[in-house]
Structure formats: structure tokens, C-alpha cells
Design a protein around this ligand. Structure first.
Ligand code: NAD
Length: 417
């Protein structure tokens, strides 16, 4: 499916595409492409059987001009330095695009977590927290869950940091359970920003989201919540998929019942009264809205040529390769980019960190209201930039907004020494 784009090449290309619409120097462009620093470590960890194993681990801090670095930590056999750097760059752009006072960060450990026991994963995670201690902290760099990590790993990182620093600092990480300082509304935040971005796009196009048919690739946290909230907004979810396959029902699927079926059987396929599809067939269905919510590089140029959706809203990070972006742009299919559509996750992480610092919890309605405000403002800034800069697509437009904010912050600080 994918043309195997290196994520760092994709990120650099996106920065260059937007730079063409800005008055920037080659040095400034280079500064936006490169991370400020990357810490790599070989974690040596004792396994349950007493043997020693080494793990490649990274933390990249991309750009801290607007505030502390912020970004997830992923556990995956495919983790590379380039991938972590690209993901940290996307976090800088995403935080600036929605106006959060954060820079970009990202971390990763190259491993398949399915091959290790919970006690081994705890030792690996605590070793990571010790090695990354020079970088992390509530005022320096704040990790969060990402692929294959969650509340459990965040609590291990927080506990290691607090023990080493002899303090209590819940704002060391975000994505925590409510009982350990998490925020209301965090679990559904990414799906909510996908729904809000879709609603704003349809409004902007003079269409009504309540009349839209929707296909969602990936029925995990982001995709299943987006499906449920789009259904609540009146849209008809006609197809969804996960790694085992896709299901389709032209009359509409009930996202909650599909979720129950997946919770019981581990997959969406086999759902009664729906036909089975391949994932590729789902991506090329004739729908009003396609929401890729699974993996990066899911849609390459070939698939983009076959796409029949009217619009695309990116729930996943980087689901379109740059070549696919070009094809959709030529075909005038609007794409709301990941840096806005899935920014709900980092936005409510920011609210969690603010609450931790205030030592005061917000209500769910306050979280939802503030999230809606920031996503709608981000959408409006993107559309305004597309008009004023005459950029070819929304992604380039929002990159110009974010890059200007990053460069303004850098300009205010000056260069030292
Ligand atoms: P998840 O692990 O909960 O869900 C991923 C889903 O994708 C699973 O249902 C999996 O079966 C499915 N999938 C995997 N390969 C597939 C394939 N080839 N075809 C169809 N489905 C496939 O992960 P998530 O948290 O929902 O994240 C999904 C995407 O959204 C990732 O790109 C992630 O980086 C991005 N994202 C998530 C958040 C968040 O808060 N959860 C925030 C920002 C971005």
C-alpha cells in the first residue's frame, strides 16, 4: 500500500513546501527541519531469567521556542532515530498550529512489547526514564502515551522521576489515569478533534456533516471515538476497519455496537449484518468523508488516484505520503491535516498539565469547551492562510501558520551565545 516514505523526508518536504510561501532564510528553514537535540541510549535491562538485554532508545527535542517539549513515547520494533525526529518535528508544528505553549518532542524504544513480561516492561521503562532524566521534567519535556504505551508506562516514568527528584510532580507526564492526575475528556480528545475538524470542513464547504457518509480506517482509540462522535453529529458511518479487515453496511453501522463486537471478539470483522471488505476497498469507497485512523503512510499515490471520497480528515499521524498529498491536491479533494485533526490529544494533554500545575481539576464541560475553541480557531487560521497565501492545500496553509509562530518566537528570543 505504501510507497515507504521515510517520515523524516516527509516532514522536511512539508517544511519546504510551506517555506516557499514565507519570507524565510535558508538558515531559518534548516532550523525548522532539524531537532535541537536527540538523546540516544542503550538501555541494559535484566530480563526475568537473569539474562541481560540491550534496547535502542531515543528522545528527540525538536523546537523549544514556544515552551517545554511535548510528545509521546512509542514502543515498536520499527522505531528509528529518523522516525522519532520526524515525529518530534510534527509535534512542534502541531502545538504551534493550535496555539499551545509547547515545543515538539518524541521518544521511542525499539522493541516488540508483546515479547516481554509486565515486570520486564517496567524495568525497561524505568531504565528509559533514568537515561532520559537530563531531558525530561514538567518544565523541560513532558512525555505522553503513543503507540503501545499508555497510562501504565506513564505512571512508571512519573514515579521514577519523582523518586529521583524527591518531589511530587504529576505534570511530568500526561495521559495519566484520573486517579493519578489525569484529565477528564483525555481518552476521547483525539476522536473529538477529528469530529470537530470534520464538522468545520463541511460547514466551510457549505455542506452539512449530518448528511455525510463516513468510512473510518482503524477502529482503535482515535478511530472508534471519531466514528461515535460523527454518528452523534448525525453522520452515517458506513464502513470501518482494523488490522484484521473491514466491514461495510451502506445503511450505516452503529459505532457503539461495533465497539462491543470488537471488545468481545478482538476485531470488527464478523460483525452481523455487514459485508466484509478488504482494507483497500474501504479506502476507495464512494463516501463523503474518509477518516484514516490507523497507521502512517496508509495511502500512497496509487491509492490516492483511486480514492472516491469527497474529503479526507487525517486522524492518524502522516497517513498520506507526500506523493498521495500531491495527487489529492491535483484532484481537488480537500484534506484536513493531522496537525489539526488529531490535535485534540495533545491539546487535552496540555489541559491535564495545566490542571496538574494548578492542583485543580476542570469539569468535563470545561475541557470540551476549551478544546472546541482551540480546534475551531486552528481551522479558521488554516482557512485564512490558505486564502491569503494562496497555498495549494490546507496542510501547507497550516504549516505556514505554525512556522510563522515558531519563527516569531525564535525572533523574540534572539540567538545566544
Ligand atoms: P490504536 O492502537 O488504539 O488503534 C489503531 C487501530 O488501527 C487498531 O484498531 C488497529 O487494528 C488498526 N490497524 C492497524 N493496522 C491497520 C491496517 N493496516 N488497516 C486497518 N486498520 C489497521 O491507536 P490510536 O491511539 O487510535 O492511534 C491511531 C493513529 O492515530 C496513530 O497514527 C496515532 O499516532 C494517531 N494519534 C492518536 C492519538 C491518540 O490520542 N490516541 C493522538 C494523535 C494521533
Amino acid at each position: 500500500m505504501s510507497d515507504g516514505a521515510n517520515p523524516l523526508d516527509s516532514f522536511e518536504q512539508q517544511v519546504e513546501n510551506a517555506a516557499a510561501y514565507l519570507d524565510v532564510t535558508p538558515g531559518e528553514i534548516e532550523r525548522l527541519k532539524q531537532p535541537e537535540r536527540v538523546l540516544s541510549a542503550n538501555l541494559s535491562v535484566e530480563m526475568d531469567d537473569g539474562s541481560l538485554e540491550l534496547f535502542d532508545a531515543y528522545r528527540s527535542q525538536h523546537n523549544g521556542e514556544r515552551g517545554p517539549h511535548k510528545g509521546g513515547v512509542r514502543y515498536h520494533p520499527g522505531v528509528t532515530r529518523d522516525e522519532v525526529v520526524a515525529l518530534s518535528g510534527w509535534m512542534s508544528v502541531k502545538c504551534a498550529a493550535v496555539g499551545l505553549p509547547y515545543g515538539g518532542g518524541k521518544g521511542g524504544i525499539r522493541l516488540d512489547p508483546g515479547e516481554y513480561s509486565a515486570t520486564e516492561l517496567e524495568r525497561i521503562t524505568r531504565s528509559y526514564a533514568v537515561e532520559m532524566r537530563p531531558l525530561i521534567g514538567p518544565d523541560q519535556d513532558i512525555p505522553a502515551p503513543d503507540v503501545n504505551t499508555g497510562q501504565r508506562e506513564m505512571n512508571w516514568i512519573k514515579d521514577t522521576y519523582e523518586t529521583l527528584e524527591n518531589t511530587t510532580a504529576p505534570g511530568t507526564v500526561t495521559g495519566k489515569a484520573i486517579q493519578s492526575g489525569g484529565s477528564e475528556g483525555r481518552v476521547v480528545a483525539t476522536g473529538r478533534s477529528v469530529m470537530l475538524s470534520s464538522r468545520e470542513l463541511f460547514d466551510h464547504l457549505g455542506r452539512d456533516i449530518s448528511e455525510a457518509t463516513v468510512a473510518v480506517q482503524g477502529y482503535g482509540n482515535a478511530g472508534s471515538v471519531a466514528a461515535r462522535l460523527l454518528d452523534d453529529a448525525g453522520a452515517t458511518v458506513v464502513a470501518v476497519s482494523d488490522s484484521a479487515g473491514a466491514i461495510h453496511s451502506p445503511g450505516g453501522l452503529d459505532p457503539d455496537t461495533v465497539g462491543e463486537h470488537k471488545a468481545e471478539t478482538g476485531q470488527v470483522t464478523g460483525f452481523p449484518e455487514a459485508e466484509q471488505l478488504t482494507d483497500e476497498a474501504l479506502l476507495t469507497l464512494d463516501v463523503d468523508l474518509l477518516v484514516p485512523a490507523a497507521l502512517g503512510n496508509a495511502i500512497d499515490a496509487g491509492l490516492a488516484s483511486d480514492l472516491r471520497a469527497d474529503t479526507v480528515v487525517e486522524a492518524a499521524n502522516g497517513p498520506l505520503t507526500p506523493a498521495a498529498d500531491t495527487v489529492l491536491n491535483e484532484r481537488e479533494i480537500p484534506v484536513v491535516p493531522d496537525i489539526l485533526a488529531n490535535a485534540g490529544g495533545v491539546t487535552v494533554s496540555y489541559f491535564e498539565w495545566v490542571q496538574n500545575r494548578q492542583r485543580f481539576s476542570w469539569s468535563l464541560s470545561r475541557v470540551d469547551e476549551e478544546l472546541e475553541r482551540l480546534i475551531v480557531e486552528g481551522f479558521e487560521a488554516m482557512v485564512a492562510a490558505e486564502r491569503s497565501q494562496e497555498t495549494p492545500d490546507y496542510r501547507t496553509a497550516l504549516y505556514t501558520v505554525a512556522m510563522e509562530r515558531l519563527l516569531d518566537a525564535a525572533g523574540e528570543s534572539g540567538v545566544w551565545p
